[in-house]
Design a protein around this ligand. Structure first.
Ligand code: TYD
Ligand code: MG
Length: 445
């Protein structure tokens, strides 16, 4: 008796398998993400012969190609990689297409054959942007299509493939709209297969969701070699490029750009950008040194406390996590006797940059303490330290580097943890404090 074939459905979002179809995945809750998994979809396994194994010494060196943009090279760890697939995500209008086109133009000028596929813009739109970026005729090829097979066919004789974007491409043999989980997965899979087969460095631009995640199945991020995020406040000119995943290098470098009339320009002295050099000392401003990757950035932290009659005062944070702000307010109240209960509190990092670095806790607390007490902090003073729940000020990562940066930017004093080793070769006065209370008292006296 022949066995009846059991149907299996796989979620394109989380990969979970289900034996019945449903409109919603029971595991991840995604809607419309279950698709029947057919036998021919499964990767085949060689039965008779053994797969060819290799030893480590047989593996060649990774070949890298400079992107033509130093900041981008820095984030990627030296450039595009042979056969490497990069996913570039970011909000609409942040400058993803501009960044890629700039790299494409620069490489094409260096004699490389680059194919830029756009599923979003017409040839005249791309050409107009290329002209704005000073492109000259040469080895840069444009293709405007939403058909992935057409795009990959055209990529057969080029050295680099840039696809803008993975959500606008579609495979006509599969169902679903462009951008649906199935289409995104199939499009990415085809690009990855081609990249690996030809050793073709490939970049896929990706949209992001409202919550800032790469749009499409989570699987997408697992499939590619590198995930880059292009971020920054669109109201400011500055943009920050970070890598979230990199199979070829570390993830700790960032690239800082400024959007100009003629495309993206590297920012060589970021500390100057994130520091609003006002002559006036206003209450609510404290300077800190954040660490982004391996770069120390002197940044200005601003806080504003406004009296409110309401039971639930408002807390707004720009550049720092809102939960972090709640935590620091609680520590200020319980450990430094500074209550913000009757105030709405707004916190902001100047320049539209955001950070998760705990080394700026003390600077944020001091900005809040300064606005609550309405006392300005001297402009030549800077803060460094993580603040714990007991109100203790803790040492931070790479303190010496940050202290040197503070000195370079002209600060005369830096307040930090008493347990910090400090930097002996600097002239900046290094003041050690044990607790937040001590730091607040020192500022108020
Ligand atoms: P774009 O690269 O299209 O963003 P994305 O692909 O991420 O959606 O462009 C971003 C913005 O940058 C757009 O509003 C226009 C602006 N821009 C400049 O200011 N200068 C320039 O030289 C270019 C090309 C664009
Ligand atoms: Mg774009």
């Amino acid at each position: 008796m022949s066995k009846a074939k059991i149907k299996r459905y796989r979620c394109a979002e989380c990969g979970a398998i289900s034996l019945t179809w449903s409109g919603r995945c029971q595991t991840c809750g995604g809607w419309g993400t279950l698709f029947e998994e057919k036998e021919e979809d499964l990767p085949g396994r060689p039965r008779e012969s053994y797969a060819k194994k290799i030893t480590l010494s047989e593996v060649g060196e990774i070949r890298r190609f400079p992107t033509g943009i130093d900041e981008l090279d820095r984030v990627l760890g030296g450039g595009w990689v042979e056969g490497g697939v990069v996913l570039l995500g970011g909000e609409p209008g942040v400058g993803k297409s501009t960044l890629l086109l700039q790299s494409a133009i620069s490489m094409a000028e260096g004699g490389k054959k680059v194919l830029y596929v756009s599923g979003e813009e017409s040839p005249s739109q791309v050409a107009m942007r290329a002209k704005r970026l000073n492109a000259r005729d040469g080895n840069l090829f444009l293709l405007c299509t939403d058909d992935i097979d057409e795009a990959l066919q055209a990529a057969g004789d080029v050295e680099f493939l840039f696809l803008d974007s993975v959500q606008t491409m579609r495979d006509r043999d599969e169902g679903g709209w462009p951008g649906s989980p199935l289409q995104v997965r199939v499009v990415a899979q085809k690009c990855i297969e081609l990249a690996k087969a030809l050793g073709l460095p490939t970049v896929l631009v990706s949209h992001i969701t409202k919550s800032g995640q790469i749009a499409g199945p989570k699987l997408l991020e697992h499939m590619v070699d590198v995930v880059l995020f292009f971020g920054g406040d669109k109201t400011s000119r500055f943009r920050v490029l970070r890598s979230e995943k990199n199979r070829f290098a570390g993830c700790d470098e960032i690239g800082i750009f400024e959007m100009t009339e003629r495309g993206l320009a590297a920012v060589f002295d970021p500390s100057k950008v994130f520091w609003n050099e006002m002559a006036l000392s206003e209450p609510g401003v404290a300077m800190g040194v954040m660490l982004e990757g391996t770069r120390p950035l002197v940044s200005e932290f601003q806080a504003l406390a406004c009296a409110t009659p309401f039971m639930y005062p408002k807390r707004t944070a720009r550049g720092v996590d809102l939960n972090k702000l709640h935590l620091l307010l609680a520590v200020l109240e319980r450990r430094a006797n500074l209550s913000a209960r009757n105030f709405d509190v707004y916190v902001n990092i100047v320049g539209g940059i955001s950070t998760k670095d705990p080394g700026v806790d003390l600077a944020i607390c001091m900005a809040i303490a300064s606005t609550i007490t309405d006392k300005p902090i001297p402009r030549d003073m800077c803060f460094l330290g993580e603040v714990g729940l007991s109100g203790e000020v803790r040492p931070v990562a790479r303190a010496a580097l940050r202290i040197r940066e503070a000195e370079r930017m002209g600060f005369k004093k830096i307040v930090m943890s008493r347990y910090e080793k400090g930097e002996k070769s600097c002239n900046i006065k290094q003041i050690g404090v044990e607790s937040l209370k001590e730091a607040v008292r020192m500022m108020l006296s």
